[in-house]
Design a protein. Structure first.
Length: 517
């Protein structure tokens, strides 16, 4: 659509594995929420996710399963897609690095970089971490232990292609300094500059010969492209860069927000921008490195048997409750501790009590006093202003927080407005007004204020909890034209002309005792 502003948001592409846990859902739910929020604001927003299917690690796992790597990844990818369906994640495109189009892009990029002299052939002697698919120098890992995952590194020695990273170091540093928002949060940027760029970038080994499961270097058979050089440009291949797909580069490039976990920020803020500089492409607006969801005892891992399975949690509590918990409870920039107890508390207090009761009381009283239809004649009073103003300022406040992005603060701000609406009920006591026939017009206004506030809340909650947002608006019979971002510019727009029924509880309270049984 002409004149429509675009937004391009990405998540990392996941290693296909059968133990995707709550930590993995974190980025994807956040990106989905951002995509939905931008769409609500009228942006032409595009959101991609996918799977990173090549590399020595996958080849090894497939072998352990007595399968070819292709059979193995095909079997696991459907599970990854199913998880995103379960979490109600609506991506525009799911990229697999084994897709023919993606392979075409990688081969074209590799060839171009080789032809222009950014990639040259040499010999790799050094350390390699297979679980992280990551090269390390003796100075970076003097004890032979991977600085990221703390596992033992392997000695690798093979003929290989190298990328002249050092050539771009000064440009990258200057870019980071001129674009303070490029890497967020700030502390991660300082870590990259001080620990990696300033000590001097080493040329990066970008091909392997000791295994086959990768994108072949088409002009030098026997070499496959290093898995990170294969994975990172998925953000380009998705848009048809150097492949046969529909060319969406002009519409969406560069990405507005790339969400990644803190463990892969180095790849995304050093290798990735350098690849783009070498390709002469604009860099992403913002790369956000979020913290991890941890357990009290530390990391989740299959070998420790402490993996928190999001599918099980959704079965118990529902998709929206889990989405709310992840986005509200987790401090997006830093690490956060997962606890099922806290999840239950959030459901009972924020969702069942605060939000659920608000909708329940509003619909129940509208049914009781007005047979479900708010009368058009109403009596406004000065005490209505505060709630009105709070609602009118809410979209702007939430929008600012989403631009940071700070999902937890955005939800906290919406919930302050939920509390203010509950307080309005307590202060205006519709049950007392209902006893006095002379206060009928005033009662109508109180019920209108509540319904209109719930319309604001339903619209703004939608990107975070899509089913819940829709349910609220459906219960209030809000017409389509009053569900848009533009319809939030004024309080009092929605006529609520259709009668409504008392709602079912939005979130049943969770009995802790029952839960323990
Ligand atoms: O890194 N809490 O894939 P991956 C929060 N294929 N986030 C977590 C987490 C946790 N406990 N555990 C993992 C890869 N993650 C590459 C990406 S992109 C071109 C290639 C996050 O499946 C992790 O930080 O190992 C990362 O951002 C994402 O899950 C995918 O991890």
């Amino acid at each position: 659509m002409s004149g429509q502003k675009k937004f391009y948001v990405t998540t990392p592409i996941y290693y296909p594995s059968s133990d995707l846990h709550i930590g993995h859902t974190y980025t994807t739910v956040a990106a989905d929420t951002m995509n939905r929020f931008k769409k609500l604001q009228g942006y032409d927003s595009y959101f991609i996710t996918g799977t990173d299917e090549h590399g020595q690690k996958i080849e090894k796992i497939a072998l352990e399963h007595n399968m070819s790597p292709q059979e193995y990844v095909d079997g696991v990818v459907s599970g990854v897609k199913k998880l995103w369906d379960t979490m109600n994640v609506q991506y525009n495109q799911f990229i697999r690095t084994t897709d023919v189009d993606h392979i075409e892009t990688i081969q074209a990029i590799f060839r171009k970089l080789y032809e222009q002299g950014d990639i040259y052939k040499g010999k790799y002697e050094g350390l390699y971490c297979t679980p992280c698919e990551s090269f390390w120098t003796e100075s970076q890992a003097p004890d032979g232990i991977c600085p990221d995952c703390k596992r033992k590194l392997e000695q690798a020695s093979e003929e290989a292609y190298f990328f002249r990273m050092s050539k771009y170091a000064d440009r990258l540093l200057a870019y980071m300094e001129e674009h303070p928002d490029f890497i967020q949060p700030e502390a991660r940027k300082n870590e990259m500059i001080n620990n990696f760029i300033k000590p001097g970038l080493q040329d990066l080994c970008v091909s392997r010969t000791s295994f086959q499961w990768g994108v072949p270097v088409d002009f030098d058979p026997g070499h496959v492209v290093y898995v990170w050089i294969d994975a990172l440009p998925n953000y380009l291949s998705a848009l048809g860069y150097c492949n046969e797909k529909e060319d969406k580069m002009a519409s969406y490039w560069p990405p507005d927000l790339q969400l990644v976990g803190k463990d892969i920020i180095r790849f995304h803020t050093i290798y990735w921008p350098i690849i783009l500089m070498a390709l002469d492409l604009p860099l992403p607006e913002k790369i956000y490195g979020h913290g991890w969801i941890l357990l009290k005892e530390g990391k989740m891992s299959k070998s420790l048997g402490n993996v928190v399975d999001p599918v099980e949690l959704v079965k118990k509590y529902g998709t929206d409750a889990l989405r709310y918990y992840i986005l509200r409870e987790m401090n997006f920039g830093g690490d956060s501790a997962y606890s099922e107890d806290l999840l239950i508390s959030r459901i009972n207090s924020d969702l069942a009590n605060d939000l659920g009761n608000l909708l329940n009381r509003t619909t129940a009283m509208t049914v009781k006093y007005f047979d479900g239809q708010i009368p058009p004649v109403r009596e406004e009073r000065p005490e209505d202003e505060e709630l009105k103003e709070q609602m009118i300022s809410l979209p702007g406040k939430v929008s600012k927080l989403m631009d940071q992005p700070d999902f937890a603060k955005a939800l906290e701000t919406i919930w302050k407005a939920v509390s203010a609406t509950n307080k309005y009920i307590d202060e205006n006591k519709p049950w007392a007004l209902g006893k006095n026939p002379e206060e009928k017009d005033r009662l109508a206004q109180v019920m209108y204020q509540l319904s209109e506030s719930l319309r604001f809340l339903g619209i703004l909650i939608g990107p975070f909890m899509p089913e819940t947002g829709k349910k609220i608006l459906d219960y209030l019979n809000v017409e389509e034209e009053y569900r848009s971002w533009n319809s939030l510019h004024a309080f009092g727009l929605c006529p609520f002309e259709k009668r409504y029924d008392r709602c079912e509880p939005l979130f049943p309270r969770i009995e802790r005792k029952k839960e323990k049984e």
